[in-house]
Unconditional design. Sequence first.
Length: 497
Amino acid sequence: MHFPRVLSLKLFGSLILAAGLAIIHSAPAAAHAEASLLVEADSGKVLEAENATFPWHPASLTKVMTAYVTLAAVKSGRISLDTLLAVSPTAAAQSPSKMGFAPGTRLTVDNALKMMMVKSANDMAVVLAEGVGGSIDGFAAMMNQTAQQLGMTQTSYVNPNGLPDDRQVTSARDLAILARAFIRDLPEYEYFVHIPAIRYGRRVTPNFNKLIGRYPGADGMKTGFICASGFNLMATATQNGRRLIAVVLGASSSQQRSIKAIKLLDRGFSGGNLSWLKPALGTVDNLAPIAAAPPDLRDDVCGPRRKRPASDNPDDDTLASVVNNNPALNFFADGLKPPTLRPEDMLAAAPAPAEPVIVYTGPTKTGAELVATAAADAAAQEAAAAHARKARAAKRRGGKGHGADKRITVTVDTKKPAAGAKSADAGDAKNESKASAKNNVKSNAGGKPAAKPSAHASAKPAEKPSAHKPAAKPAAATKPAPKDKPKQAARETKPKN
C-alpha cells in the first residue's frame, strides 16, 4: 500500500536535488547577475549557493589574501608587525581609495595592514606587497602559490589591491575557502578583519563593511568594488558559538550587498523552516568549478543610468527607507534584535560605540608617545584646513572680478584640485575635500599673501609700474591709460565687496 508513496517521495527528493545542482552549476543569465554563498566556518558545509563557482573579479576582496600572505610571513618570523616599510613611488601612484602618503614615508606593517583593511587603501596594499615580496610581481606569485595550496583553483592574482585587471579572477567558492583558512590559520590576527574604525590625526574612517557594529556577532571581513565586478562582500558572524561565512558578489550597491549578506546570515542562523527540503550541497571544497569568463558589469553598475559615480564607500548609498526616530533602531541600540527589524533598519542604525584605532606613520609608538603623535597629526591637519579656508575665501573674493579675472581664476582653480585629487581618499567626500584643500595651499607661495595675487593674476603686472605716484601721472597723460583705468578700478574694488 505504501510502495507508490515511497517512490513518489524519492522522486520528489531527486527533483529537489537536481534543481539544487542546477542552481549551483548554472551561469549568470542576466547581464547584471549576482553570486552568493553561505558556508559554516568550522565544517565548510554549504548552506546556500547561487552561481558560487562562476568566475568573478574580486576587486578589493583581494586584500584579504594580501593580509593572509603578510600575516603568514609575520607568524613564520620573516617579518614582524613592527617592521618599518617605505612608501615607494609605485605605491604612492596607486588610484584611490588610498592614504595618500608621499614617497619615502615609512610606517609599520601593523599600521599598513589596519589602513588597508579598514580604509581599503590601495597604496598600503602595494607597500605590504613590496615589503614582503620585493615587488608587486613577486608578491603576486606568493599570492597565487598560497591560493593553490589552499585549494582556490579558480583564482588568479596579478596585483595586491584588486584594482581593475581582466586577469584577476576568483569565485565565491574560492573566497569562502580563503575566509575559512584565515579563521583557521591566523586566529591571533583576526582582529585585523573586524576593526570598526581607524583614526589618522583628526580624520576618522569607519570600516566599509557596514555589518561591523550593526549585525549581531559580525566579525569580518572585507568589502570590494570595481565597475566590472559590482559591489562585493565577504562577511562573517558568530552567534551561539556557531560561525558562518557569507559571500556576495555583483550587488548593485554597497547597501544591497549588505542587505543580501544579512539575509543569508539570518537564514543560516535560524536554520530555516524548510531546511529539511533542501538537498545536501556538500562542502565548499567539493563545489565543481565552472570554466567561463567572469561577467563584466561596467555598463550596469557604472553606466549612464547611475545618478553619480559608483564607489566602494557605503555613504554613497541613500537609505530611502529609513525613518527618523525609528523605534526599531532604538531597540537595536540597546543591544537587542526584535523579530521585525529589517536589514535596512539595521544598516541605518548607528554602529555600536567603539573607539577608533589610532594609526600613524613612523616606528611603533605606545602610551604617551602614541597620544602625542595623534595630537601632532591632528594639529597639522587642522592647520592645513585653516590655510585651505583662507585660500577658498580669497578665491571667492577674486571670483567677483571682471571677465579677464574670472578666466584666469578658473584656469588656476582647475589645476589645483587636480593636484589634490592625486592624494585624496576616494570614497570619503569629506576627506577628499580636506586633502585637496591641503594640496591647494602647498601649491601657493604660502598662506594669505599668496592667495590675493592669485585672484588678480592679470591686474598685478599692469599695476606694478604705476605703484608709485610719480610714475602714475605721466602714464595718465597718454591716451591708452584712461581706457585701462576704469577697468583696473573695477577690478580693485569689486572683489572687496
